[in-house]
Design a protein around this ligand. Structure first.
Ligand SMILES: Nc1ncnc2c1ncn2[C@@H]1O[C@H](COP(=O)(O)OP(=O)(O)OP(=O)(O)O)[C@@H](O)[C@H]1O
Length: 568
């Protein structure tokens, strides 16, 4: 989340490094104090500063090694299992071999030094030397290891310290570089890191990464609006400075099936071009692939194939630059319970390079825009916030600073009508000079906020256009709803067919029927007259005539696409 809002790789790395170092140092100090308090000669007799330097340099090496190893694993469980095996195996081996080699006298001393390049061996050699000095101290009454003892040729501690510190200095930049390479493309396989490091000038060109074949045969002809959008994408991709905020080029996402399950095609070739100042709404039934699309765009997951460019930066190779200009309001609020709303905004504002009075002003405006100034809400800890307040804070975080591209995953979920309206005002103001991609299940929200809408079903784009265009294209009909007692249902059907030859029954439940009447065949005045006539013969309990809504369009497109998918 912090990286998504522009936290650079360097500060991110330093924070994590410092966190693990502080944690390990506290553990190390407590470990030595506890050992000394219970009277262990190992700790009591040897110079504390030698012990500190030895353990401290080793924990630094251990952190660097963990960071380096982490870049080669994409799954936490695999990394954990291999780390346990390594620590257990290498510890066991080093523990028994070092003592045998040193005390047996047959193994060449130089080779022991070579073995100490493996961290577990250097650790056990250091421990062995400290324990030998402690034993001698308790037998003779002399002090344990002192700094001057490092000049003793038989004492391996000096070599151990040199090896550990040199390894740490060498591996530190290597680990940072590999971690950076992995995070840039958000992929952590060794092969993909090496490929990315070798790739030349990858910024502006089409790349097909792990090209996948969509095994499903899709019979339906592609619609004109989608073809046109793809043509725009093709044209934009020819230019270097496109002037478009977001361009998606045949983006695909496949989740590979596990335990014999088939692969899941979540996004099947999405092509979109989004100019600045536009809010694009993505609609779709559950499981349509909206979140999978957003998670690729924000660097949460890697596309299986295709590419996308945010302000001309590729999501495969320039994710860090993408993050610099991005704001995200995730589906689930990612907030710190102990921080206040104001502190959240101050933190994310600083990540967006705001400071001083500019930061204070931006925070104040953000809080006002999402109604979090009232009643001191801004200065309450987030754990005391209601669900709606958390949602509003998430939206404010996504908009703070100068994020040019903002992703909002169902931003108004859980908000009461008044909060929703004020949130919409904030989003409308914010979209003036930036591009917003928004997913929602609320047709009202889509119509109010979005300049264009697209409907996704089963990973495919079904249509794209301005809300009014879509309603005109897919909704060239009125909806007549009428409720009578069951014995008069036939009369209602006759009325609908008389008004429009092509009237289509779309709903029927115990006396209530719904018909679609073609706008070309029907005049509203005729409908009113026909209903008045019917009322003279039949008891009409309720009736209504409505123009097509976005919801009707959505249901029509979604069910149409689902049934055509079932056929194919
Ligand atoms: N990590 C995953 N592994 C396997 N399949 C997944 C994974 N994430 C999503 N899917 C599948 O991919 C498809 C698209 O899911 P996605 O969450 O992108 O849809 P959505 O349109 O955002 O749905 P919703 O509106 O419910 O949030 C679904 O069939 C889902 O089951």
């Amino acid at each position: 989340m912090m990286k998504m809002h522009g936290l650079g790789n360097g500060p991110y790395w330093i924070i994590y490094y410092a966190y693990f170092l502080i944690l390990s140092t506290v553990y190390l100090v407590l470990f030595v104090i506890f050992g000394a308090l219970i009277g262990l000669n190992f700790f009591k007799t040897n110079d504390y500063s030698i012990q500190f330097v030895f353990f401290f340099s080793f924990i630094n090496l251990q952190i660097v090694l963990s960071f380096l190893a982490a870049t080669f694993f994409s799954k936490v469980n695999t990394a954990q299992a291999i780390a346990y095996l390594y620590i257990f195996g290498s510890g066991l081996m080093a523990g028994s071999l070092i003592r045998n080699f040193l005390e047996g006298g047959k193994f060449p001393r130089n080779w022991i030094t070579v073995l100490e390049i493996i961290p577990a061996f250097s650790l056990y050699r250091g421990l062995y030397e400290l324990s030998q000095y402690a034993i001698r101290a308790s037998e003779t009454g002399n002090p344990g290891m002192r700094w001057s003892d490092l000049n003793d040729r038989t004492n391996g501690m000096r070599d151990v310290l040199i090896i550990i510190i040199v390894e740490w200095l060498v591996l530190l930049p290597v680990a940072y570089y590999f971690d950076y390479a992995a995070s840039v493309g958000n992929s952590s396989g060794l092969l993909s890191i090496i490929k990315r490091l070798l790739r030349k000038n990858p910024t502006w060109r089409r790349i097909a990464v792990n090209e996948v074949a969509d095994n499903d045969v899709h019979v339906e002809m592609e619609k004109l609006d989608i073809i046109k959008e793809r043509e725009t994408v093709d044209q934009v991709l020819q230019q270097r400075n496109s002037g478009y905020a977001v361009v998606c080029d045949d983006l695909k996402k496949v989740y590979h099936g596990k335990d014999g399950n088939p692969d899941k095609y979540a996004v099947r070739g999405l092509s979109l071009a989004l100019p600045y100042g536009e809010c694009l709404g993505i609609l779709g039934p559950n499981g349509a692939g909206k979140s999978s699309f957003i998670s690729m765009m924000i660097g949460f997951s890697k596309p299986t194939s295709g590419n996308a460019f945010v302000q001309d930066f590729s999501i495969h190779t320039d994710m860090e630059n993408v993050y610099n200009s991005m704001g995200v309001c995730p589906q689930n609020d990612m907030l710190w319970e102990m921080l206040t709303g104001r502190e959240h905004l101050q933190f994310y504002g600083r990540l967006k390079s705001l400071s001083g009075s500019a930061l204070d002003l931006a925070v104040e405006e953000s809080l006002r825009s999402v109604n979090l100034l009232l009643g001191g809400a801004a200065d309450k800890q987030v754990r005391k916030y209601s669900g709606g307040m958390k949602r509003r804070l998430s939206v404010a975080i996504s908009l703070i600073g100068d994020a040019k591209v903002v992703y909002m995953d169902e931003p108004s979920t859980g908000l009461d009508p008044a909060s929703r309206k004020s949130l919409w005002t904030a989003v409308k103001q914010a979209k003036q000079d930036r591009a917003i991609i928004l997913t929602t299940h609320s047709m009202e929200e889509a119509e109010v906020l979005c300049d264009r809408l697209c409907i996704m079903v089963d990973g495919r784009l079904q249509c794209i256009g301005r809300p009014k265009e879509l309603i005109a294209r897919y909704g060239g009909y009125y909806v007549l709803t009428m409720t009578t007692s069951s014995e008069f249902e036939r009369e209602v059907e006759d009325l609908a067919l008389k008004l429009s030859q092509n009237a289509r029954k779309v709903y029927h439940l115990s006396g209530t029927q719904k018909y679609e009447l073609s706008k070309q065949e029907v005049r509203i005045a005729d409908v009113f007259m026909a209903v008045e006539n019917l009322k003279r013969r039949v008891e009409v309990q309720a009736w209504g005539l409505a123009d097509t809504t976005m919801e009707d369009v959505f249901v029509k497109v979604a069910t149409g696409a689902q049934s055509s998918d079932e056929l194919s």
